[in-house]
Design a protein around this ligand. Structure first.
Ligand code: ST9
Ligand code: ZN
Ligand code: ZN
Length: 329
């Protein structure tokens, strides 16, 4: 029997018997979402073509730099915005900064802030279980990109319903972005970056589309996804050796400070999402500190050195400098 995937949604209008008949199947079978599979195939073929245009000199170098600039700014909307501000409330932001970060986050097309935050809060609350949308226990491919090509596990809906989202529901900027996302996102993520190089330095629409829109978007997605995949598999666990999340410097650099993921899972309220490292491995912290200087960001939360030291000694894997000290004490 053909199963309507919408009936799996946890929206309360599904007959109980239907759910129970299919629950088992839902647990063990992936329902592939072909629309997303096709979209990702297009993005990756387009990315290879974008690289070809760059390396054959058909795309202008200024378009490449523009793509990098656009990638970095949109990423800040995800890291400093969706992640540290809205998902974790690690600092507070006045409305001009919230509006600015919401615009940047829209440029990144990683779903609207409300959906991004809901998935991320569920990820933290139920890490590496079936309720984790990108459960790393299902392997690199699933946690990296595969989770966006299949319907979610029923536990994500059921346990996700426990997550409190009332703070976001009270934020008019978040709710406005949610309402207008389907119109504004394509304009900011694809049309704007493809149109600016044509307008400003006579780039061909073809090169502009494949380099500044498609290649730039796809690479930004991969750098983000590495936090869910690589930083749950490879690296050190200086703060807690009993959890899957790792500190991974390469990911930290590529994801603007979000690769210190072992630290982040232990102390998710720290606005730096890291203990060590400097601005070069944490550009998102640099942006928040800059905003704080001008009063746009405030109430920045962090963790005391003493608290970190105690945790490292109690549960760290020994890769932290404190960990080594503790062996001598
Ligand atoms: C993308 C997101 O790429 C990336 C997130 C990465 C996070 C990384 C975090 C690490 C830290 C930060 C690092 C930043 C680094 C940045 C560096 C940059 C260089 N709880 O989802 P639906 C319910 S997106 C509670 O459709 P399906 C809810 O009722 C890429 N409830 O499920 C919902 O209805 P509504 C572009 C939940 O049908 C209903 O279920 N986007 C939850 O199974 C249906 O939800 C795409 O590729 C929950 N967590 O579909 C599209 N979830 O929303 C992606 C769901 O109305 N999405 N419910 O309230 C999809 O196409 C679909 O979601 C699907 C699943 C096919 C994947
Ligand atoms: Zn994680
Ligand atoms: Zn987080």
């Amino acid at each position: 029997m053909a199963v309507d995937p919408d009936t799996y949604k946890n929206n309360g209008d599904v007959s109980t018997s239907f759910v129970s008949q299919n629950e088992k199947r839902r647990d063990y079978e992936w329902q592939i979402v072909w629309r997303n599979v096709l979209a990702f195939i297009y993005l990756h073929v387009g990315t290879l073509y974008g690289l070809y245009l760059i390396f054959t000199g058909q795309a202008k170098i200024v378009t490449v730099f523009f793509g990098i600039f656009f990638a970095i700014t949109s990423a800040m909307g995800v890291t400093a915005g969706a992640h540290r501000l809205w998902a974790h409330r690690a600092y507070k932001a006045r409305w001009p900064l919230r509006l600015f970060l919401a615009v940047l986050q829209t440029m990144a097309f990683q779903n609207h802030i409300y959906e991004w935050v809901r998935d991320h809060r569920v990820h933290h609350k139920f890490t590496e279980t079936d309720a984790d949308p990108h459960n790393a226990k299902r392997g690199f491919f699933f946690s990296h990109i595969g989770w966006l090509m299949v319907r979610k596990h029923k536990d994500v809906f059921e346990k996700g319903a426990q997550v409190d989202m009332s703070d976001l529901e009270k934020d008019p900027i978040v709710m406005f972005q949610k309402r207008t996302y389907l119109v504004v996102m394509p304009l900011l993520c694809f049309v704007l970056p493809a149109w600016m190089p044509v307008l400003l330095w006579n780039e061909t629409p073809w090169s502009s589309w494949y380099v500044a829109s498609i290649l730039r978007y796809t690479l930004t997605l991969h750098f983000t996804w590495l936090v869910n995949s690589a930083a749950h598999i490879w690296g050190n666990r200086p703060y807690d050796k009993y959890i899957g999340a790792t500190d991974n410097k390469t990911v930290a650099i590529l994801a603007f400070g979000e690769g210190w993921h072992n630290y982040h899972h232990v102390f998710p309220w720290d606005y730096k999402a890291a203990e060590l490292g400097n601005y070069s491995t944490n550009m998102s912290t640099a942006l928040i500190d800059f905003a704080a200087k001008y009063g746009l960001a405030y109430d920045l939360k962090t963790v005391s050195a003493e608290m970190i030291r105690k945790r490292v000694r109690r549960t760290g894997d020994g890769s932290h400098p404190y960990g080594h000290q503790s062996k001598d004490v």
